[in-house]
Design a binder for this molecule. Structure first.
Ligand code: SF4
Length: 891
């Protein structure tokens, strides 16, 4: 980092090269009035509040657009500056509605600060306040143009940073205003309701509805939704959440949130929250005391274990719970139940990532960091609708393209939002990714674009993989994937010639019966071009839920104990047996789906589910629901009476993320703090306390002072977490591996050596999906997420605003398919697969390609997983959510 020195108001300042005078001054604590400046936006120079005098420079340049240079001498105030600034500010406020005392922005309004700084008497000004229509169409915020000073911060935030462009400056002269395209209400625009415009507004022109009263205290914690892991600041007043904002200094979010993380927290005070334990008697739930409920749980689990053995029991842990809770849960299943039948929803989203990347590289996690994405020069996004599923990571991809000129390749059957930013869109048929990736490598080999030195020095197995790759010429792949051969060539050349090529993928790659092969093929592609082990490169799986990474790290998996070590490894088990003071089971346990199948066959008789909802999230739901009905004794621990909890014999009420302490690990392996801001309702308790209580009642005492003490134990038995403790996580979190307390954490993996030593190529011949369209079921159905909802909708569907934007499910149908079936936009249609049928509204759009239809999986009224296939990847045992055959008919 180059540093220069300049003088501002007689004070010597050191600042990084490239900073503007305004940034240097603000960093040094020198206030220069400003209104249109924002640290995340390009310099604009419109409000002219930050004018300064610079020795040797003519006129009064704006400090926000003038770079600081070595030896520069700057004055931020003088009679001339004051006079011009004063006049400009008076003009600005002459048409600004002066209702400060009743304005929600009072005391945090930047215009107020500027006028106070300049000593302007607002009452003596002649006013000409514009009559403007208030836009209150958005459920989360209101726009009042009479308070707008046309600084354009909201517009630039929406365009430059979010890449959405929902609003712009419209009209000319005195009529100039901020408006959605076509001057329609904002709710009718492409606005994503992220609230970034609200946060950027320096006045009260954009106000969040929920923030009428300021909080009296703030708690910094981590968003409970997606795996991006944005830090959020919860504003509390009288024991209630009154505001959520981003944390500007958090390296993940930089203060930016998506609509869920900013506004999606009505569920905290929902009247549906569970407040007391429930025991089902004669088919009805009845309230019980904790002692009654836990005594019953401990007794029934013990009875089943005694009568049928440890493997007749199992547990589903939760990617929504903290590391500490997941650690205790898997420890409970292994030590108290005495089985490895423990799994969680990673099985349904990224089991193939863990299996594939561990085989190829030795570590099944995102290789690089979120902030590095912005500096890649070519990004291949495959099977990831990033803007909807991982909104904050999508901002980094857009920034790479819009700010730094990166080239983007999007490989996705649907025309997702990111395609707008892409150089090349590869529209492969669902389930043909291996053929596509092999063909890209085929081009790279044929055109000698491979990194021979990297392959020779850092990898093994290339010669075994090569003959398979050579079978998939672009022409062969075109027949399989439907992607034109010349597009495959262009994409291969672009990626292979990148200095820093980054691969980003998600469940479009993993949720297949070929999921592990898909991941292995991507690992091959990165290794063949040497795009791994350096900054801004790598193979980067985006993990779905807030703590799915952490739940895996903690060993809530049937084959791995904490730190990704095999349950079959005698040495590993011996160490844990010593630490946990109990003999551990040595056989690999059952996965989520296998547990359901075992329940169906009455082999699994007791099941403990913490914060998971398989009755809506598993494939082939009718079968899953029958299996749950079959479980002899089912305990569900959750915050709501979910679809799964309704099958339970005992329901245990727990705390939400805002009511607990702990940690989550986000998708880039960053372990971050979760902090308690509120008390849980009624008698709801902490998950970790409940687990400890049941374990102790079953004869295995578990006692911890608090979650920090659990983390201390985690560090002693989990080598990748060995250097992590709460006091080290206070600010930005730490990315594992962190092997000792002095280690800073690891931003990218496999630097000089892969975790397994050499990176390993695997031959990946193409295999078809388990179920393909035929005459009876002629279309492919693929499923995924929407921006506004999360997982089974348990949390987000209790948000009034989110429900207003996305109240129900739809199925996307290509216009050609719709015409062939006589379906019009908005028609209700029956969608049927070999496993069931749902009724849903049709959206006719070319976003989905001909022959492929898309449904989100959040909605219980039209549960997409009634249709999906539970065929499994043979290695990772992940189900094929992304491809099944369906028929469709109009009601
Ligand atoms: Fe939360 Fe993900 Fe949105 Fe960030 S991007 S605010 S982590 S849901």
């Amino acid at each position: 980092m180059d540093v220069l020195t300049l003088t501002i108001d007689g004070k010597k300042i050191r600042c990084e090269t490239g900073k503007t005078i305004l940034e240097a001054a603000l960093d040094a604590g020198i206030y220069i009035p400003n209104l249109c400046y924002h640290p995340l936006l390009e310099p604009y120079g419109a409000c002219r509040m930050c004018i300064v005098e610079v020795e040797g420079m003519r006129g009064l340049p704006t400090a926000c657009t003038t770079r600081a240079t070595q030896g520069m001498v700057v004055r931020t105030d003088s009679p001339q500056i004051h006079q011009v600034r004063h006049l400009t500010a008076e003009l600005l406020i002459s048409d600004h509605f002066a209702d400060c005392l009743v304005c929600s922005s009072n005391q945090r309004c930047e215009l107020q600060r500027v006028t106070a700084h300049l000593g302007i008497d607002r009452t003596r000004l002649k006013r000409m306040v514009r009559q403007a229509r208030i836009d209150d169409s958005n459920p989360f915020f209101v726009r009042d143009p009479s308070k707008c000073i046309l600084c354009s911060r909201c517009v630039r935030m929406c365009q430059e940073v979010r890449g959405v462009g929902a609003i712009d400056m419209a009209f000319r002269g005195y009529a100039t205003t901020v408006s959605a395209a076509g001057n329609v209400p904002i709710a009718e625009s492409v606005c994503e309701s992220c609230g970034a415009c609200v946060d950027a507004c320096p006045t009260g022109a954009l106000i969040a509805r929920s923030e009428a009263l300021p909080p009296t205290s703030e708690v910094v914690t981590t968003c409970p939704y997606c795996g991006c892991g944005c830090t959020i600041v919860l504003g509390i007043r009288r024991g209630e959440l009154v505001r959520v904002k981003g944390d500007a200094i958090n390296p993940v979010s930089r203060g930016l949130l998506c609509v869920k993380g900013r506004f999606g927290f009505d569920f905290l005070k929902s009247r549906d929250r569970l407040t007391a334990p429930l025991i089902k008697r004669n088919g009805e739930f009845q309230k019980a005391t904790w002692d009654e409920a836990l005594r019953l749980v401990a007794r029934r689990f013990a009875e089943i274990k005694k009568a049928h053995g440890p493997d007749s029991l199992g547990g589903l842990s939760s990617a929504k719970c903290t590391n500490e809770e997941n650690y205790l849960f898997q420890k409970f299943v292994r030590t108290v139940f005495g089985t490895n039948n423990v799994d969680h929803c990673a099985r349904l989203c990224h089991a193939s990532t863990i299996a594939g990347l561990a085989r190829a590289f030795g570590s099944g996690a995102m290789t690089n960091s979120i902030n590095e994405i912005e500096y890649a020069d070519v990004i291949l996004v495959i099977g990831s609708n990033t803007t909807e599923a991982h909104p904050n990571i999508a901002l980094r991809i857009k920034a790479a393209v819009m700010k730094h000129g990166a080239k983007l390749i999007v490989a996705d059957p649907r025309r997702i939002h990111l395609v707008r930013f892409a150089e090349i869109h590869l529209r492969q048929k669902p389930g043909t990714d291996v053929a596509l990736i092999n063909a890209m490598m085929n081009v790279i080999i044929a055109e000698k674009l491979l990194d021979e030195e990297f392959i020779r020095d850092r990898t093994e197995g290339f010669e075994e993989a090569r003959p398979v790759i050579e079978q998939y010429t672009p022409e062969v792949a075109e027949k399989i994937t439907g992607v034109p051969a010349q597009d495959i060539r262009r994409a291969a050349r672009l990626y292979a010639t990148a200095d820093r090529g980054s691969i980003i993928y998600s469940m479009g790659i993993t949720q297949h019966t070929t999921g592990t092969d898909n991941v292995l093929a991507l690992a091959n592609l990165a290794m063949i071009t040497g795009n791994i082990g350096r900054e801004s490169t790598g193979v980067n799986p985006l993990r779905g839920q807030n703590n799915v990474q952490g739940a895996c790290d903690m060993g809530a998996l049937p084959n791995l104990v904490p730190g990704y070590r095999s349950v079959t490894d005698d040495a590993v088990r011996a160490k844990l047996e010593k630490a946990w003071n109990v003999a551990l089971p040595a056989d690999v346990g059952l996965t989520v789906i296998e547990m359901m199948h075992a329940a169906e066959e009455s082999k699994l008789k007791g099941l403990y589910i913490m914060g998971e909802n398989p009755a809506l999230s598993d494939p082939n739901l009718n079968r899953t629901r029958q299996a749950l009905e079959h479980v002899e004794f089912l305990v569900v621990q959750d915050i709501f009476l979910t679809e799964t909890a309704q099958y339970a014999h005992v329901v245990l009420p727990t705390a939400t993320f805002a009511e607990k302490d702990g940690t989550y690990a986000n998708t880039e392996r960053r372990v971050q703090r979760v902090r308690k801001a509120l008390d849980p309702p009624g008698e709801a308790r902490q998950d970790w306390e409940i687990i400890c209580d049941i374990a102790t009642r079953m004869g295995y005492p578990m006692r911890y002072a608090d979650p920090g003490a659990i983390m201390d134990e985690i560090a002693t038995v989990t080598p990748i977490y060995a250097g992590i403790s709460y006091h080290r996580l206070e600010r930005d979190g730490i990315q594992w591996p962190c092997p000792d307390p002095s280690h800073p954490g690891t931003s990218y993996l496999h630097k000089d050596k892969f975790t397994r030593g050499k990176g390993k190529f695997h031959p990946t011949p193409y295999r078809e999906a388990a179920e393909l369209p035929d005459d009876a079921y002629p279309y492919i159905l693929t499923t995924g997420r929407l921006l506004e909802h999360f997982h089974t909708g348990t949390l987000t569907r209790r948000s009034e605003g989110l429900e207003r934007i996305r109240p129900s499910s739809t199925i996307e149908i290509n216009p050609e398919d719709a015409a062939a079936e006589g379906i019009s936009d908005g028609d209700m249609v029956y969608v049927k697969s070999r496993r069931g049928e749902v009724l849903v509204k049709a959206v006719v759009t070319d976003r989905s390609p001909q022959g492929t239809m898309f449904m989100p999986f959040h909605f219980k009224e039209a549960a997409a997983n009634i249709l999906t296939n539970d065929a499994l990847d043979p290695i990772a045992k992940i189900p094929e959510f992304k491809v099944c055959a369906v028929q469709i008919r109009k009601t």
